[in-house]
Design a protein around this ligand. Structure first.
Ligand SMILES: Nc1ncnc2c1ncn2[C@@H]1O[C@H](COP(=O)(O)OP(=O)(O)OP(=O)(O)O)[C@@H](O)[C@H]1O
Ligand SMILES: [Mg+2]
Length: 486
């Protein structure tokens, strides 16, 4: 897989700093070490490819070492000419995908000079001239080089298209995307629920997929050829809702010019999804209880009961058991409704489903014959980190928004994730976040900005921030900024 490298802003910044500060270039090579192309300066160029142990071979060996290592930090080694080689891994879903490197510096010019004579076969004068052109790094410089190479590699890694493995959990409810234990439990329950005729209660926060589950029960069950009718019990006032559910007879109220069948009659033989049942008035709860007990009801203004055969699925984001305890919902109706209960977990409790759901919504809303864009690893990291108070519906809206922003780009990147979800805009208002995260982010921003102003000089940055250098180093270590050097 080709890695994105040259177009990335952070990579350009790291390259620019490496060049300006130490005259080093930054390169990328494939996982097998092939693709070594960049040489930092004339000395580097003149030893490239000389003798069997060329730079590419040194890089290949280091790539092999990184592939086996669990540690993702950059390695510092010497090349065959005694120069420093700093290499950081870029991991993909199938292991090492490539390495980012900077080479051509030294920590000891004499050592390079000796190597040039011994290994490359240079004459003493030539070796001295070549070694004098090699930039020399202090230990602190070396750490900074390592930080920059590591940061560039991390950026390349984040920009890779995310690999979302196909679900390993085959089931007939293909409209239910997800592989988390919670989804598996729901699917297991659904297999039983579709075979029965019992009333189902679906509980879950707003936007968790309650209606999707209700539809799945209907469309995978024996009533599939009959209607699936939905009514939200919080949508109308009491009179309208009663009329909508049970119908009315001519003359029942002003404007009732003819008999009007209710939705229960429309749903006859099929399934009726009563959404937000917790919002139903006490009077309507009694009427609904009768439908559940006897299968009959009386239209508004009518006298003759009507008999129907309807399977009822009810949903609520409120805790109906608690409402019963507070006498806000009839206990007898609760027991009639709560025969089979499905609890849908919020998205923040099934984070492992976010990548699959995100790509599912990209594909769902993609309106072109070309292949749908893929999500980058960086975009996915942001989506996964957000607590999704609005649940799956909010994730779906976010993906639609990203598709609009992307235009005809083949990849959805981190910069296309909305500021709210990325935690950049209105972080404190939009999502509940622990105070320590907010503080840590602000602190990290201030430190990075100050280091940037002082081109990485910690002494000046510490003075700027009004803290001691050891304290700055400790905070940087705690916040995961930079390396451990001076
Ligand atoms: N597991 C899932 N796989 C794929 N899409 C899903 C899944 N769960 C929910 N969705 C989608 O998310 C959106 C919201 O789901 P749905 O309307 O079923 O939720 P809800 O709990 O009824 O929400 P509300 O409380 O707002 O009525 C829909 O577009 C639905 O298709
Ligand atoms: Mg709903």
């Amino acid at each position: 897989m080709a890695l994105t490298f040259d177009g990335l802003a952070e990579v350009s910044l790291a390259r620019d700093l490496l060049r300006r500060w130490w005259g080093l270039d930054l390169g990328l090579s494939e996982a097998d070490g092939k693709g070594y192309v960049r040489a930092s300066h004339a000395t580097c160029e003149s030893v490239r490819g000389v003798v069997a142990a060329s730079c590419a071979a040194a890089l290949e060996e280091l790539a092999g070492e990184l592939a086996k290592s669990k540690d993702r930090s950059a390695l510092i080694r010497r090349c065959h000419a005694g120069m420093v080689l700093v290499v950081a891994p870029v991991f993909g879903s199938k292991g090492l995908a490539g390495v980012v490197y900077a080479t051509g510096a030294c920590t000891d010019r004499n050592a390079v000079e000796q190597k040039l004579v011994a290994t490359i076969g240079c004459g003493p004068d030539e070796a001295r001239a070549l070694s004098e052109a090699v930039p020399q790094l202090s230990d602190g410089d070396l750490e900074r080089v390592r930080d920059l190479v590591g940061a560039a590699a991390a950026t390349v890694e984040r920009a890779q298209p995310a690999e979302i493995p196909p679900t390993t959990h085959a089931h007939p409810f293909t409209e239910m995307v997800g592989d988390s234990p919670a989804v598996r439990d729901v699917v297991k329950l659904l297999t039983k629920v579709v075979r029965s005729e019992a009333t189902v209660l679906i509980q879950g926060e707003s936007g968790t997929g309650k209606e999707l589950i209700a539809r799945a029960i209907h469309y995978h069950g024996p009533r599939v050829k009959k209607p699936f009718v939905v009514q939200n019990c919080s949508a109308f006032n009491d009179n309208l809702l009663e009329s909508a559910l049970f119908g009315h007879v001519r003359g029942a109220f002003t404007g009732a010019v003819k008999d009007q069948p209710g939705l229960f009659q429309v749903a006859d033989g099929g399934t009726f999804f009563l959404d937000e049942i917790g919002d139903m008035s006490a009077a309507l709860q009694v009427k609904l209880l009768r439908v559940l007990q006897e299968g009959t009801f009386t239209p508004v203004g009518g006298t003759k009961p009507v008999k129907v055969d309807v399977r009822i699925i009810a949903a609520s984001h409120k805790d109906l058991a608690a409402m019963v305890a507070h006498k806000q919902f009839r206990e007898d109706l609760f027991y009639r409704v709560n025969v089979l209960k499905i609890t849908v977990p919020p998205l923040r409790e099934r984070v492992s489903d976010i990548p699959r759901l995100a790509q599912h919504f990209v594909n769902k809303h993609w309106r072109s014959p070309n292949p749908a864009p893929r999500l980058s690893q960086g975009a996915l990291s942001r989506l996964v980190a957000y607590p999704w108070p609005g649940n799956i519906r909010e994730l779906e809206n976010e993906m639609e928004r990203m598709l609009v922003l992307a235009g005809d780009a083949t990849e959805l990147t981190a910069s296309m994730v909305s500021g709210r979800v990325s935690g950049i805009v209105n972080a404190a208002q939009s999502a509940p976040r622990p105070l320590r995260d907010v503080v840590a982010n602000a602190e990290a921003d201030a430190i990075v900005a100050s280091l940037g102003r002082h081109t990485g000089d910690r002494e000046l940055a510490a003075a700027d921030l009004g803290v001691s250098e050891p304290l700055l180093a400790a905070r940087m270590a705690a916040l995961g900024i930079g390396g451990t050097g001076a």
